[in-house]
Every structure is written in structure tokens, then in C-alpha cells.
Write a protein that binds this ligand. Structure first.
Ligand code: NAP
Length: 467
């Protein structure tokens, strides 16, 4: 009876996991999606705990308390730190998979080596390899994104790098095959598999520069999911197989979408070989000058515009300017101006970063458009207002061969009739290169913190409307 109930609970959890992913497709149902995911996980834990063969309850309570102690502070990090937090979550997933694979191998080895069938050994090898490489790879990615001082932020490149990485991976695979064929053949084989997997995770990440890190994090998500699938086979848990497959597949799809968004080769990401960006073709700005505009002047231009696009970027998040931006949107639309928010897939510091902030500020979803849908109509835009965005509107991505973002699709704000760019000073964006857009004839800078400048603009529009 209890087993049937557990199976029904697992089925319900699987359905909830699938619904959670499906609802994540649309910002309107995203909150429901999170609730469904939490409910699915709670159901899965409760059902597993209630199985009669689970007798060591103290260990489960200790694990739950450990999860709470680590998880609650992690859930409170600033939105800008979510990418590294996500990478840490993948690291924990990888660690769990790697430890389960190791425990199961040594358990069966000690109790009855005949249990280490070819199928089980294949699952254990895949789980251990992917689990441990996800652990170190994710820790490196989190450290790079968080700016940990002893982890180099720039890509670390050395001769024959791809060749030696591939050699390491092939050695790990050869040891894995040896273990599958002959699980008891050598006491050194399994520890060697663990060490090589841990080393491969580090080597996979060090050649990758910051601008490519989002794609790497989503590929690590896929690796964590695949290791969970293997863990499901090892533990004979259909729920884990399905949940891991959903996780792995969604990570893989997100990686492909992001590779397209950044014009990166997916195969290179898979093998960690796409850090070989040319050195920055940044300079050339010494004799170039920014043109500045006053708040009054910018407000006047906005008042005359029929079609305005707003391009939010990382700076809007840093300034917590989304609510002020929403007030500006209200002012403009009240005048009959068409206003659209154009979102680049990698704007900010995590996929969907801008969408989350705009949803929080209650911007209508219908006025949020994607880069690919807007670019063809860019010539009709009267004003493009760039709020704390830099790399995602940098024409160098189209024009400067050899620069780190060359080939990345951009929001073509430079084709709008007038561009206003809000930023605090002359710093570069995440990729560390100067933005040609800021020096073009049609561009005027509004220097200052995004929250202050947008607030002043809104006030000026209100004053003008009242006059
Ligand atoms: P960005 O290139 O990082 O540029 C942000 C700009 O905002 C900077 O030029 C900065 O200039 C300005 N800024 C910072 N604080 C500000 C404030 N308080 N008020 C006004 N401006 C402020 O941002 P982006 O255009 O959104 O591009 C995202 C970049 O991050 C891409 O290179 C992407 O590959 C990378 N990335 C994305 C993800 C992801 O998943 N979305 C994850 C990791 C990395 P000042 O300092 O002069 O103000």
C-alpha cells in the first residue's frame, strides 16, 4: 500500500516538475511555476522519506538542516549576484551526484562486487565524471563571476590547451571504460577517475572569459542534470531520471539559445575551448568626445517622439531603477507615445534578468519585446533610451573583427533617429571594451546614476505636461 502511494506521489511530482518548466515559458505564469517546482520537490522528499526501507531518519534530518542553513542565506543574495548563486547550486548538485556514485561503487564493491553490472557501472562512471566536473567547474564559474581575487578573471590560455584538455578527458573516459569492463580491476582506477574529473572541471572553465560565462553556467546546468539522470539509474529512481532529464534538457536548450544570442559555437562551449578571444580592440577613444544632453533637452525630444524604445541593461539593475523606469513609461504612454522595452537575451547578469526587474515594476508584458522582433523596425524608432546597457548595444560586435564580442547579435539602437544613453561615467561594459555607439552623431549622453536620471526625466516630463 505504502509503495503504491509513494509511486503516485512520484508521478504527481513528475507532473508538477513538467508544469513548472512549462509555466516558466511566460512571465505571467512564472510565479506559479516556482510554486509548482517547490511543491514537486517537497512531495518527492516526503514520498522518499516515507518509504519503509528508509530507517536512518537522523541522517535525513541532518541533511535537511544543512540544506536550510546553506539555502536560506543563498536565497537572500542580491539579484545581481544570482548567476554566481546559480553556479553554486549546480556545484551542490554535482557534488551530490559525485558522492552518490562514489558511495554506491564502494558499497557494492565491499558487499557484493557482482552487483557492479556493466549497466550500473556505466551509470556510476557517467554520474561520477559529470558530477565532479560540474562541482569544480561551477565553483570556478561562481568564483570568476563573484570576482574572487585569486581566480583570474581574464581567460587563461596556454599552448596546446584544447589538445591537453581533450587528452585529459579521453584519459578519464578510458579509465571509465576500464572500470565498466573490470570494476574490481584496480584500486587506483576509481580515485583516478575522481581526480581527473575534478581537474577537468577547472581546466574547462579557466580559458573562458567573463562575457561567455552565462553560456557556461547553463551548460553546467545541463551537466548537473545529466549526472542526476545517471544517479537515477544508479539509485533505481524513475523520479530522479525524469527530473534530471528535464534539468539537463532545459540547460542544454538554454545553452543553445544563449550560444545563438552571443554567436558562439556550441561545440566550443562543450569542450571549454572558446576563451581564445583576441585581445581587446578597445582603445581609439582618446580623441573622441561624448556629446552630453541636459534633462530639459532630452525631455523635449522625448515629448516630440512618437515611438520610443527603452533598452535596459545591467546598470538599471545596479541602480534599482526599475520602478522609476516604470513611472517614466507611464508619463510617456499617457502622452500617446508608443513605448517598447527591448530585451537582449544576455542583458544584465543572468538570462531573464531584465524581464524579472520589469515584471517587478509591473511593466505590461505586451510592451516587452525581444531583440530579434525589434531590430527589423529599428529605423522607425524616434528615440532609443539606453538605461545602463553597454555591450548589448555596442556596434563593435558587428563592425570590429577581433574584439571580444565580435559576432554577438546586438540591439541595433544605433539605427534609431536619436539615442540617449544613461550611465554614470566612462566605464566600459562587462566585456571591457569601449562602446562606439556613445560617440556617434545621433547619440547624446545623460551622465548619472540611472535611478536619479530617469527620476529627473520623469519629473521634467510631468512639469512640461502641466505647463
Ligand atoms: P554591461 O555591458 O555590463 O554594461 C553596464 C553598464 O551600466 C556599464 O557600462 C556601466 O557604466 C553602467 N552602469 C553601472 N551602474 C550604473 C548605474 N548605477 N547607473 C547607470 N549606469 C550604470 O551590461 P549589458 O549591456 O546589460 O550587457 C551584459 C553583459 O554581461 C554582456 O557582456 C553579457 O555577455 C554579460 N553577462 C551576461 C549574463 C547574463 O546571463 N545576462 C551573465 C554574465 C555576464 P558606468 O560604470 O559608467 O555607469
Amino acid at each position: 500500500m505504502i509503495h503504491s502511494l509513494v509511486e503516485v506521489a512520484y508521478l504527481a511530482a513528475i507532473v508538477l516538475f513538467i508544469l513548472a518548466l512549462y509555466w516558466m515559458n511566460d512571465p505571467k505564469s512564472a510565479r506559479r511555476s516556482v510554486s509548482a517546482g517547490v511543491a514537486a520537490m517537497a512531495l518527492a522528499i516526503a514520498a522518499t522519506w516515507s518509504r519503509p526501507e528508509v530507517v536512518h531518519h537522523a541522517w535525513i534530518i541532518i541533511a535537511l538542516l544543512g540544506g536550510v542553513v546553506v539555502g536560506v542565506p543563498l536565497s537572500r543574495v542580491a539579484l545581481t549576484a544570482v548567476p554566481q548563486r546559480t553556479a553554486l547550486s549546480h556545484a551542490f548538485g554535482g557534488l551530490a551526484a559525485g558522492l552518490v556514485g562514489t558511495a554506491k561503487y564502494y558499497m557494492w564493491l565491499g558487499e557484493d562486487p557482482s552487483e557492479l553490472t556493466g549497466f550500473r557501472m556505466t551509470a556510476i562512471v557517467v554520474e561520477t565524471l559529470l558530477g565532479f566536473l560540474t562541482l569544480t567547474g561551477s565553483l570556478m564559474a561562481a568564483g570568476k563571476l563573484h570576482g574572487v581575487s585569486w581566480i583570474p578573471q581574464r581567460p587563461v590560455i596556454y599552448p596546446m590547451q584544447n589538445f591537453s584538455n581533450l587528452g585529459l578527458l579521453l584519459t578519464a573516459l578510458a579509465i571509465g571504460i576500464f572500470l565498466i569492463v573490470n570494476p574490481t580491476g584496480s584500486v587506483l582506477a576509481f580515485p583516478a577517475l575522481i581526480v581527473l574529473s575534478l581537474a577537468f572541471g577547472v581546466l574547462l572553465i579557466i580559458p573562458i572569459g567573463g562575457a561567455d560565462m552565462p553560456t557556461v553556467i547553463s551548460i553546467l546546468n545541463a551537466y548537473a542534470g545529466l549526472s542526476a539522470v545517471a544517479m537515477g539509474f544508479v539509485l533505481d529512481s524513475r523520479l530522479l531520471v525524469v527530473a534530471g532529464a528535464l534539468d539537463g534538457a532545459s540547460g542544454l536548450i538554454l545553452s543553445i539559445i544563449m550560444c545563438r544570442a552571443m554567436n558562439r559555437s556550441f561545440t566550443n562551449v562543450l569542450f571549454g575551448g572558446f576563451g581564445q578571444v583576441q585581445e581587446v580592440a578597445a582603445a581609439g577613444g582618446e580623441d573622441r568626445h561624448y556629446k552630453e544632453e541636459t534633462i530639459e533637452g532630452a525631455a523635449q525630444t522625448l515629448e516630440m517622439a512618437r515611438f520610443v524604445i527603452i533598452v535596459p541593461g545591467y546598470g538599471m539593475a545596479v541602480a534599482h531603477a526599475q520602478h522609476r523606469v516604470s513611472e517614466l513609461y507611464d508619463q510617456l504612454t499617457a502622452r500617446g507615445t508608443t513605448v517598447k522595452f527591448v530585451i537582449h537575451p544576455v542583458a544584465g547578469r543572468m538570462p531573464g534578468h531584465m524581464n524579472v526587474l520589469l515584471a517587478e515594476a509591473e511593466i505590461p508584458y505586451d510592451d516587452i519585446v525581444e531583440m530579434d522582433d525589434m531590430n527589423p523596425d529599428m529605423g522607425q524608432v524616434d528615440v532609443a533610451l539606453i538605461i545602463g546597457a553597454n555591450d548589448v548595444v555596442n556596434p563593435a560586435a558587428k563592425e570590429k573583427k577581433g574584439c571580444p564580442i565580435y559576432g554577438m547579435p546586438i540591439i541595433e539602437a544605433h539605427r534609431a533617429k536619436t539615442v540617449f544613453a544613461i550611465k554614470r561615467g566612462k566605464s566600459t561594459g562587462f566585456a571591457g571594451i569601449e562602446n562606439d555607439l556613445y560617440f556617434r552623431d545621433e547619440t547624446f549622453m545623460l551622465f548619472g546614476d540611472a535611478k536619479d536620471v530617469v527620476g529627473e526625466l520623469t519629473k521634467q516630463l510631468a512639469v512640461d505636461a502641466a505647463a
